[in-house]
Structures are given as structure tokens and as C-alpha cells.
Write a protein that binds this ligand. Structure first.
Ligand SMILES: Nc1ncnc2c1ncn2[C@@H]1O[C@H](COP(=O)(O)OP(=O)(O)OP(=O)(O)O)[C@@H](O)[C@H]1O
Ligand SMILES: [Mg+2]
Length: 283
């Protein structure tokens, strides 16, 4: 199944030898990584990682198991502090930021292994994402002052609005842990969106989904980009999904980018076929 954009995507260069879609070129990239790297003991898990993402781009990060893809997400969200290099979010250096500060600066993520509060309701999981933006202090909450109820009502309305992206409003009162696997993955995306990001990082969003769920997810990722006007970077092994919706793709192998380009360029790159795509077909 191919869902290539109607117009062929043209990637154009920006500083530090990166490329972003032509329509984003008059604005600075939402993310720029320059010479990013991290060592674990003697192992350079990520080396000289350079990447720029346009403000409304859907970008892909692919590569074999253990290539360093999730580690890149952990660097971007400051789960790990980089050993080398610079990360700019909307032009701001995140050098001194922690995970919470990077989230406030505009990066939200989902995890390769689902991380929800499984005993809380679906709605409460989304509200936790909204927490950064709710405007009441601890005493308003404890004393149940009018400001608290007003903030609660707004949070409820916003949570229901966000759940409607995936038509999940009817599940709001269920325990998150009781949802089918595919719905839990979608809930993670909704919770990440609740933090109002400019860049959404999705780590294998289609993992464990059946083909029809994956097709629906593809449509929804595009819908999220179009509705919120944000950028999305996704790690994914499902090549139909990656090639169908990503505009720019970077291929990672042993911690290093071995190719960057449009889906057509990546599909036909002999180095990528040798390191990743060819091997996947044999598997
Ligand atoms: N905290 C850590 N300490 C030591 N080594 C680590 C740590 N985190 C990741 N690694 C190593 O870094 C390398 C990259 O791992 P990573 O999880 O980023 O790969 P990946 O590309 O996401 O793979 P997959 O497709 O299987 O999810 C692996 O060799 C892994 O063992
Ligand atoms: Mg991974």
C-alpha cells in the first residue's frame, strides 16, 4: 500500500548539510542535530549524527536492530545526555535542559515498549499529558476552589477532543491497562500530543498492530501532522508505513547515518539495501 503525497516531495538543503521539505524552507528547522553522539563504555552507540527536520515534515529514522535509533530518541529527550554534539529545538540549544524542560520546549515522545499508567483511566492518562498546561495551584486543588473546577472542566474537554483523533472518546473511563494493545499504542500518542509538542517522536508506533490497524495509523499520523501543523519523526520497521508517509528518511547502521533522502532515494540506495532492506527481505 503506497500513500505517497500527491506532489512529489522535494528536499532542499539547510545549514549543516541537512535537507528538509521545500515548503518548510522559509522557516528554520524545528529540530537540528549537529555531530551528536553518545558512548556507552567503549561503545559509540551514536556517532556524528546530523539531521534537520522541517516544521511540518514527517521524517523517518530506520535501520537494523541495535543500530541506535531509540538511543537517538533518548538523546533528543535527554533520557541520556549526549557525549558530543548539539541539539537545537526551534533554534534553542537544549544543552542544559532535562527531560521535562525539553518537553516544554516542544518535544514529546512515545516509547518502544508502551509506558502508560495502566491502573488509571484512559482520560486520566491524557490529563497527565495536559498537566504542564493546567493553570491551578496545589491549594486550589486540595480546597477544590472554583479555579480548580474550571481547570478540570477544560482538561476534560481537551482530553476528550484529543481522544477523538483516534475515535477513542467512548473508552475514556476504562482502565488504560485493559485496552487492546493497538488502542494502548494510540493512547500513548494522544498523551504525547496532550503536552502540545512541535515535534512528536514515535518509536515503532505500528509494532504489534495488524495490517488494518497499521493502515489506519498511517492515515492518522498524516492527520495529526495536518491538524496540529507539527513535525513528526518516526522510528519504524514497517516499510509500507515508512515509505508511504515519510518525506525525508535517515538510515542508521552501527550508530551512524549511512543514507538520507526521499523514500525513492532510500529504496534504491545500494548501501541501504545491503545494510538493511535486502536483509529484511531474506528474513
Ligand atoms: N543504557 C545503555 N547502556 C549500554 N548500552 C546501551 C544502552 N542503551 C542502548 N545501548 C546499546 O546501544 C545500541 C543501540 O541500541 P538502541 O536501543 O538504540 O537500538 P535500536 O536501533 O533502537 O534497535 P531496535 O530496532 O532493536 O529497537 C545497542 O547496542 C544497545 O545495546
Ligand atoms: Mg529501538
Amino acid at each position: 500500500m503506497s500513500r505517497t503525497p500527491k506532489e512529489p516531495v522535494k528536499l532542499v538543503p539547510v545549514p549543516s548539510t541537512n535537507k528538509i521539505p521545500e515548503r518548510d524552507i522559509d522557516k528554520s528547522p524545528i529540530l537540528e542535530c549537529r555531530h551528536l553522539g553518545i558512548d556507552f563504555g567503549g561503545l559509540a552507540a551514536v556517532k556524528d549524527f546530523n539531521m534537520a527536520i522541517g516544521r511540518t515534515e514527517i521524517a523517518g529514522l530506520i535501520g537494523p536492530n541495535g543500530a541506535g535509533k531509540t538511543t537517538v530518541f533518548n538523546l533528543l529527550t535527554k533520557v541520556y545526555q549526549p557525549t558530543r554534539g548539539t541539539i537545537l529545538v526551534d533554534g534553542v540549544d537544549t544543552h542544559n535542559m532535562n527531560t521535562v524542560q525539553v518537553n516544554k520546549a516542544g518535544i514529546a515522545r512515545t516509547f518502544q515498549n508502551i509506558r502508560l499508567f495502566s491502573n488509571l483511566s484512559v482520560e486520566d492518562n491524557v490529563k497527565l499529558g495536559l498537566h504542564n498546561h493546567i493553570n491551578y495551584n496545589m491549594w486550589s486543588g486540595i480546597l477544590r476552589l472554583p479555579r480548580y473546577w474550571n481547570a478540570e472542566r477544560l482538561a476534560h474537554e481537551r482530553a476528550m477532543e484529543l481522544l477523538s483523533i483516534f475515535d477513542m472518546g467512548y473508552l475514556a473511563k476504562y482502565k488504560a491497562g485493559s485496552l487492546p494493545y493497538g488502542d494502548q499504542r494510540k493512547l500513548e500518542i494522544v498523551r504525547a500530543l496532550a503536552t502540545n509538542p512541535s515535534l512528536l517522536l514515535l518509536d515503532e508506533p505500528a509494532a504489534g498492530m495488524n495490517p488494518s490497524e497499521t493502515a489506519e495509523l498511517m492515515d492518522n499520523i498524516v492527520k495529526i501532522r495536518d491538524t496540529f501543523g507539527i513535525a513528526i519523526l518516526l522510528i519504524e520497521h514497517d516499510m509500507n508505513l515508512v515509505m508511504g508517509i515519510c518525506e525525508g528518511i535517515a538510515v542508521l547502521n552501527f550508530g551512524q547515518i549511512i543514507a538520507k533522502g526521499t523514500p525513492d532515494e532510500i529504496k534504491n540506495d545500494p548501501v541501504v539495501i545491503e545494510a538493511y532492506l535486502g536483509k529484511r527481505k531474506e528474513a
